[in-house]
Design a protein around this ligand. Structure first.
Ligand code: NAD
Ligand code: MG
Length: 395
């Protein structure tokens, strides 16, 4: 991507030979479909050249008819998939490394997104990263790969996009503290003794965001905020002692940065992922877009803040401790959480059981080595097996 500047006109990213090719991994999901709406509004700047999905062949087929990408990949086996499509988990890396794609939007859920993040960064591409799990599992390897190969890792997560926007033009030594906002999820005001027995339907009712089911459950347990603290640590190189979380139920302020002179900047806007998706594509520039309703301060009314109820939402503390411990601990936290959330969604584990399973996996496995990608993937596999065997034994 190059930058053109014409006197008196806003500077906008353009490619010399037409729009920039974008590979979209996880195209059929919540972020994936939002990303396609953003790309459709910006046809002069961006064009989808590769699309992948896990198993939703009907939705993917519709997208292929609409966008005619050069590459299509489906992870799950499906007899109806056209022969020309890429198949199996390897299709994520094929899409991410496709020669027509200069930018990769990684909107896959879970650690399954990690190999594609690394493959795109090794080729020096820009990765617009929604898949926070990539950074949680292997944050040091991912950020080092971006540095060594000249790739750009730009967050799609709204909190991290907010921080990136607040940090524009600032130096690391000017930053005192990052403060991530959290909506508090559907159980923010529930009494402690009710939370552990919350049903799947209760947990899937997020107050401010419409998202995929895994991140919606993570928002209810506050595991999502733990993943985001770890993500912020790696993206911005800020120590855990200087990253805090505050509950902000309206989800209008997407995060704050406090500077060494005491000044605090916040980035705000109506809750829509289309804004951070677009910014991840055009960063460090801004381009005109009309996808989000304009912000009306009076209509939004009061913005309020509350402390986190750490005792009632143990996943936040467990995840931050895993981040501080480093090594394989964040990979264990993430993998155990992925399996426990899947079991909760399948009705095999209670809501309170998620934190129990993750805590037990961390107790037994967080000291596993984490010095290489293979070691981290082995820890991920061990944590998955740990949770699976506990739940199998109990049922
Ligand atoms: P989702 O479940 O709606 O969509 C996930 C997408 O990934 C789908 O296209 C699915 O087909 C694909 N997928 C699922 N499992 C896969 C696998 N094993 N291999 C390959 N592809 C697979 O999820 P989402 O809400 O869009 O979230 C995607 C990512 O973005 C997650 O990491 C999430 O934490 C992050 N994120 C989401 C939001 C949001 O508003 N939805 C906000 C911030 C960050
Ligand atoms: Mg977020």
């Amino acid at each position: 991507m190059t930058s053109t500047r014409t006197a008196g006109q806003p500077s906008v990213p353009t490619a010399p030979n037409g729009p920039v090719g974008v590979a979209l991994l996880g195209a059929t999901g919540s972020i994936g479909t939002s990303a396609l709406r953003v790309l459709e509004r910006q046809p002069e700047r961006f064009v989808p050249v590769a699309l992948t999905a896990n198993g939703n062949i009907a939705a993917l087929t519709e997208q292929v008819a609409r966008f005619a990408p050069a590459y299509v990949g489906l992870v799950q086996e499906c007899a109806d998939a056209p022969d020309a499509w890429g198949r199996g988990p390897g299709c994520l890396v094929e899409a991410a490394t496709h020669p027509d794609a200069q930018v990769v939007i990684n909107a896959v859920v879970g650690a399954a997104g990690l190999p594609a993040t690394l493959a795109a960064l090794r080729l020096g591409k820009r990765v617009a990263l929604a898949n926070k799990e990539s950074l949680v599992v292997a944050g040091e390897i991912v950020t080092r790969t971006a540095r060594e190969h000249g790739g750009a890792l730009v967050p799609v997560d709204s909190e991290h996009s907010a921080i990136l926007q607040c940090l524009a033009g600032r130096q690391p030594h000017e930053v005192k503290r990052l403060i991530l906002t959290a909506s508090g999820g559907p159980f923010r005001t529930w009494p402690a003794d009710k939370i552990g027995h919350a049903t799947r339907a209760d947990a899937l009712k997020h107050p401010t965001w419409q998202m995929g089911s895994k991140i919606t459950i993570d928002s209810a347990t506050l595991a999502n905020k733990a993943l985001e603290v770890i993500e912020a640590h790696h993206l911005f190189g800020v120590a855990y002692d200087r990253i805090e979380v505050v509950v902000h139920p309206q989800s209008i302020i997407h995060s704050f940065v406090e500077f060494v002179d005491g000044s605090v900047l916040a980035q705000m806007g109506v809750p829509s992922m289309e804004l951070p998706i677009l910014y991840a594509l055009t960063w460090p520039e801004r381009v005109p877009d009309n996808g989000v309703p304009s912000f009306e301060p009076v209509a939004h009314g009061a913005l309020t803040f509350e402390p986190v109820r750490h005792d009632d939402f143990p996943m936040l503390g467990l995840g931050i401790s895993a981040g501080r411990a480093g090594g394989a601990a964040p990979a264990v936290f993430n993998a155990a959480n992925e399996v426990a959330v899947a079991q909760f969604l399948d009705g095999r584990l209670s809501f309170g059981g998620i934190a129990e399973r993750v805590s037990a996996a961390l107790c037994d496995l967080s000291a596993l080595p984490g010095y290489s990608l293979d070691a981290l993937l082995a820890a991920d596999a061990a944590a998955r097996a740990h949770v699976l065997s506990r739940t199998a034994t109990e049922s």
